[in-house]
Design a protein around this ligand. Sequence first.
Ligand code: FAD
Length: 445
Amino acid sequence: MWFRRDLRTHDHPALRAAIAQSRGGPLLPLFVIDPVEWQEWGEPARAHLTASLRALAEDLGGLHVRVGDPVAVLPALAGELGPLSVHVSADHAPRVRGRDAAVAAALVGSGSRLVASGSHYAVPPGTVLKPDRTPYRVFTPFHRAWEAVGWPPPVPPGPRPRILAVSGAQSPPPVQLPAGLLLPPAGERAALAAWRAFADGPLAQYDTDRDRPDRPGTSRLSVHLRWGEVHPRTLLAGLGTSRAHVRFRTELAWREFYADVLHRHPETEWATLDPTFAAMQHDEGPEAEQAFAAWAHGRTGYPFVDAGMRQLRAEGWMHNRVRMVVASFLVKDLHLPWRRGAAEFMRWLVDGDVASNAHGWQWVAGCGTDAAPYIRVFNPVTQGLRFDPEGDYVRRHVPELRDLPGAAAHEPWRHPARRRGDYPDRIVDHAEERAEALRRFAAVR
Ligand code: FAD
């Protein structure tokens, strides 16, 4: 059983298939650290993965780790152990599809085969189609059709596998976590505990609290879903018909929608879905670089933006409302390409997911799926006042503003005497930059 982003033992069709095929014989649980992929992940994601592999090894009673290109590692293992059936969860990410095809081809020579089952989604990407058999580009009708296609209940647990121990195991490279970064526990047990805690508490108010970064209103399950420590089917099976539950199911559907869009348009990992935007004019040069650095380090002088970027560096996660506001700020106030922001997110996010990240950014930048027209520009101050009305979120993440009470934390320029340390002045004027963004948009249109 070759684990990838499915680091769990329950509700796992591929593991179930591997156990069934081994018919009580030994099973080798394997994880391959591909140095290329490892390099691409940020340190927070690597730390989470390392902890998650430890948890999986404990839950299974063993996990064989190898470091190398899977296209070479899998055939080498088949050479050592004899012909293998290599079970995997089907992965629809553009690059993984190509890699899996290469592994399958490389296995043929040893009489081995790659067997894919399940997927990381309730409904596998590529399944939901319009009546005319073409894919959806708009969320609402996709969502309706996704619900109509439906999904099976969670896969019941199989018998406990007999774990094969083989020599040659390697360890993940050491990880040096950036100072001040605190990550939540990894692994399936942590994921299920987080789901239970959310389902027994905040879920009941999810429809009203999900937009409030000052409250613990969301599940924070994105990290566990990213690494497959829980399958979305398990979450969907626990939902009823209340407004809050329906809303939570809708958010899970966004994850499925973006995976479907990326599956159909693999180039949109870094290219705009709407080609009109390829001609968009961006700022360049030393000032643009300075502006990018100020944004990345949470030093724009706009407290809600800065709190978000500092939360990202402190927790490897950011609240969805704030992701939208910081993304809008980079693209429409600083006139920098969304790709740069997406790459910075991937460097820090533990839940960094190619589909949700690329299309979350494109949604905000107005160049992706339909929902946010370019002309809707988030105002970083009014967004803060609306979704963090008492300023608690800002004060939690921006210590220089801790002496500003209540909503005053969102407008420190009105209270210069109460700022601590060297909190910066606003690096741009939002009203002016909004007008400039609209001018550039009109030019490409
Ligand atoms: P909850 O509110 O508890 O939602 C439950 C689950 O639904 C989430 O865990 C997630 O899997 C899914 N979900 C919720 N909102 C969205 C959404 N807008 N798009 C897709 N799935 C959603 N999510 C990622 O998982 N990885 C990313 O790399 C990522 N990058 C993003 C970049 C930008 C610019 C934006 C605007 C959004 C991005 N999102 C990403 C979506 C969303 O912000 C996170 O999924 C959410 O904040 C995770 O917190 P949670 O688990 O508490 O969410």
